[in-house]
Design a protein around this ligand. Structure first.
Ligand SMILES: *Cc1c(COP(=O)(O)O)cnc(C)c1O
Length: 409
């Protein structure tokens, strides 16, 4: 029987129903401490990328360990504050920050705005001036490197919407330096997600350090270099590249620079700390294909449909007999609704399957498509189990909707 820490997953499926997200506190913590260990010789700040899994209990565990946070919206900042996060360890990324979000982040006193365009820098300056504050600024540089990952999660190519090129960055730093309301403190990049090769990072960091040198010549000195997130995890047979491999190969570049190293890992902290449990609703055997129809769909876990994400799928109970080849599909009315294809499984209707490595970009990307209430989330700590999000109900689905009054009918 598969377990999460000391708790049998089958018993969780029976008590709490499926689909069900289950997270391990120990795995989450070891995901974080792997980064701490790797960075221990360098001045550093680990800003967990909240978008990977923003459950407030997850954020709370990481805040307790001293994590900082990389946010991409006002909603994420609110979650971080609710979870006891330190605003002085928050960096704010994203290409479309609104005036309200910027104002709120300034008031909250975050560490740094990761500015993505000339227009954003102007907006930030005018809001800071209005409120007589000085905004700490990092410019997100797009180093134009190929992260060799799925195109939807590549962010560091010049055709991507993120960041600015070197010449623009230099101009923006000079503007920031000249402004009474902006303070250039850092430089950042984030080149993509699920990277399994370190060389794109080396290329990107060399590019950033070249800019740091040019800024030095202009009399602008920075406090930190933020290399973003994106380190991959093992879903299948990816080479096991951990924080230690990445940081070891970068270390000498940072020595004697006097720069604090900021990282923004999401997936590599939480990805392998969660599973999605789903029950087999029906088996459909055909001439060409067998389908295992399960009660979790693309609305619960969209990675397979959206970017051909591959997740291992393991039945909780081992059965005897021959396996059959199945496409594991959800109940949503879309052909793209599948969790895995061509899987050899020994299963019967009613069996529960664990979709592995579902801790990152799982629940956070869930929707109510097909009027499906979103799954519950549990956090396991040893023998203890805590519901960190209740299963939605039909009532919660329609709670914010309204019927028309008679006169409009
Ligand atoms: C998504 C994102 C991250 C985290 O990426 P992972 O692949 O989950 O590590 C970090 N920084 C920025 C700016 C992001 O958009």
């Amino acid at each position: 029987m598969l377990r999460c820490e000391q708790v049998e997953l089958q018993s969780l499926a029976e008590s709490y129903g499926t689909p069900l997200y289950v997270y391990s506190k120990a795995a989450l913590e070891s995901g974080f401490t792997a980064w701490q260990d790797a960075l221990s010789g360098l001045p550093h700040l680990i800003c967990y990328a909240v978008k990977a899994n923003s459950n407030i209990a997850i954020l709370q565990c990481l805040a307790k360990l001293g994590a900082g946070f990389d946010i991409v919206s006002g909603g994420e900042l609110a979650r971080v504050m609710m979870a006891g996060g330190d605003p002085n360890k928050v960096v704010f990324s994203g290409v479309g920050k609104t005036p309200a979000e910027i104002r709120n982040a300034l008031d909250t006193g975050i560490r740094c705005f990761n500015v993505e365009s000339a227009s954003e820098l102007r907006l930030l300056e005018s809001i800071a001036a209005e409120t007589k504050m000085t905004a700490p600024v990092s410019i997100r540089v797009n180093p134009d490197v190929d992260a060799q990952t799925h195109p939807y999660i590549s962010t560091g190519l010049k055709e991507n919407k993120f960041g600015v090129d070197e010449d623009t960055a230099l101009k923006l730093y000079q503007q920031a330096q000249a402004s009474d309301h902006l303070n250039p403190v850092g430089i950042d990049c984030h080149i993509g997600s699920q990277l399994t090769d370190i060389s794109p990072y080396l290329e990107a960091v060399d590019h950033l350090l070249g800019i740091v040198d040019r800024l030095g010549d202009l009399g602008i000195s920075l406090e930190h270099i933020d290399i973003g997130g994106g380190l991959g995890i093992q879903y299948r047979q990816e080479p096991p590249t951990g924080p230690i491999d990445l940081i070891e190969s970068l270390k000498e570049r940072f020595e004697h620079r006097g720069l604090e190293v900021v990282v923004e890992p999401g997936r590599s902290i939480v990805g392998n700390a969660g599973v999605l449990l789903s029950e087999v609703v029906a088996l459909k055997h055909g001439e060409h294909k067998n389908f295992a129809i399960v009660d979790a769909g693309m609305n619960d876990l969209i990675r397979p449909s959206l970017y051909q994400g591959w997740h291992d799928i393991t039945p909780l109970a081992q059965r005897d007999g021959a396996s059959l080849n199945y496409d594991v599909v959800g109940p949503v009315c879309e052909t793209g609704d599948f969790l895995g294809k061509d899987r050899d499984l020994r299963i019967e209707e009613g069996d529960v399957l664990a979709v592995m490595s579902a801790g990152a970009y799982g629940f956070v990307m869930a929707s109510n498509y097909n009027s499906r209430p979103r799954a519950a989330e549990l956090l396991i700590d040893g023998h203890d189990c805590h519901v960190v999000r209740q299963r939605e109900t039909i009532a919660t689905l329609v709670a914010d909707e309204a019927l028309l009054p008679d006169k409009m009918l």
